[in-house]
Design a protein around this ligand. Sequence first.
Ligand SMILES: [Zn+2]
Length: 139
Amino acid sequence: MEHKHLDLDGLLQASYGLGVDVGDGLDACDVCRVRLERMTQQRQQPLGEDNLPEWFWLRRSREIQEAAQESMEARPRPRWVRIVAMAGVLAAALLAMQPRPNAPARISPEDERLWQEVTATVNRVEPQALAPMDLLWAQ
Ligand SMILES: [Zn+2]
């Protein structure tokens, strides 16, 4: 099987010990092993940021927070805020223009009782088998 040199992902995985089938390639190929050693050396070199004092990071963090705050205040309101506000005004205007509803028609007590029974039946939440329990509370 022909060896394929490790690409950056493969080198990174091998460098972090994540590679599964990387070992064969590293043993067989000098190019890959040298690349991996170079990458590991570079990773172990101290970075310039590591030597910066604590106050530098505190000041930098405060600058970033202030910049974020300023950009939040300077940013215009998003378009959807205006759209929602317009929709609210429109809905209020439509409601204000509605004619007054007519007085509700008088319903006979029999009709009202029937309506309540039908509604109770339709909106029943308990299982059908427990329906006789309604009799316990019936007058
Ligand atoms: Zn190779």
